[in-house]
Design a protein around this ligand. Sequence first.
Ligand code: NOJ
Ligand code: NOJ
Length: 481
Amino acid sequence: MMKNLFLIISLSFIFQISNAAELNTQFSKSIDYMMMNMSRIDTAPGAVIAAPSKQRPDYFYHWVRDAALVTEASLDLYQTARLTSLQRQNLKKFFLDSVMFAQKTQQNSLLFAGLGEPKFFVDGRVYNGPWGRPQNDGPALRSISFTRILALAIQENWPELPELKKILYQAQLPANSVLKYDFEYTASHWRDLNFDLWEEVYGSHFYTLMAQRKALALGLRVAQSFSDPFAAVHYQQEYLKINQELNRFWDEKNDYIYATINSQSVKNKSIKSGLNKSQLDSAVILAILHSDFGDSQFGFKDDRVLSTFQKIIDSFSNLYVINQNANLAPALGRYPEDTYDGYQTNSRGNPWVLTTAAAAEFLYRTVMQLSQVSTIKINQYNQDFFNRTANMKDLPLGKIILRGSTEYKVLVKNLLNMADSYLSRVLYHANSDASLSEQMNRDNGYMQGAPNLSWSHASFITAKIYRDKAYSQNLIPRGIR
Ligand code: NOJ
Ligand code: NOJ
């Protein structure tokens, strides 16, 4: 849609950048589309459908992961965006309803595979067909977003607060409250093999463990504030162990973080994808976005993360035809060996909207974090990232860049341009009504797979919110911007 609207072309940079107005239009449309998938009249209040399509593909279900990420994006909106008062009211109602709905789905899941149940009918019943279960990122992500809802309710002193507290946390075992269930489950099950966020591979996953680490770090604080000291100690101990475990995903030889280790075949499941994979996977980028909380290990400033980011990008840039013929940052898929085309699993994988928007968000947030360090030192891990993604061309090993120097400003500007180019890539392939599906066809770029996937819109929304934050940090002097 946007082809002839790309007006601004940065001189220092080869990629075309769409303008702020286009980004704002997509932003407000994405808010509308996302909200149309939340608490619909044809679902229980608090349910989030993955997408409105009931066939080809049937995504008319509540996935715990997708719902938690939509809740996170909604919290970001509620806390930062200029919303209409009706939108704010609706979001607040949604937050409360989503807790009630989770209470119902948790109870229902206990009769099945437990809290790792990934998918529910829109009335809250467990989806009982064959599926990759358990998926243990779910309870972790849910507890992360509900901890935020609780903090917001306290901050704004909602009249519902006393009731909400009771439903969310009681210092009682066995657990009988929503957050406590998720924390307890996470603390005692993080070692279990389970299915990854793509619902395909049974093993131990970086994405899942990152979410579990953050959940338990938050669990520690929540338990303390609810006078549950034994739980606090327990959550902290397990948090520290997960921190250790995460190091096992770093591959010294290849210089990147593996998506999965210990993968195993499961009866009746095709897991070829789990075994002969490069382990380069956008899930690792998503892990940082969804589960960073300022920890130095596997945060934005960790050079292992920058190294992995660059290698993931490289694995996709020559893979898809559309990456060859538009002057934009590459569209990214889930992982290079993917065979899911949005309708069928044994086909050819495509680039996805949410992973491409994630690259943008990653770069905005990296810029924000870099502004907190006084020097950047080029080493074997980050050299490629700064030379190629930050377009600095030939920074040598050992080179030191001081914050505030001209070189530093160019670097920041280039990273922001590159981030914008990923968002432009999404806009370039979006439908003319700003609707976003799950995927973009790898050969012709048209939207493909589940239409108006909630998570696609959520990922654009959070990327745009971080864009605004990164630019308003005023990192670049006027002349350069
Ligand atoms: C196969 C896909 O690879 C997987 O990620 C997806 O969750 C299921 N199909 C259901 O759509
Ligand atoms: C397929 C994706 O792989 C998975 O992560 C997601 O939860 C479902 N689709 C629903 O959107």
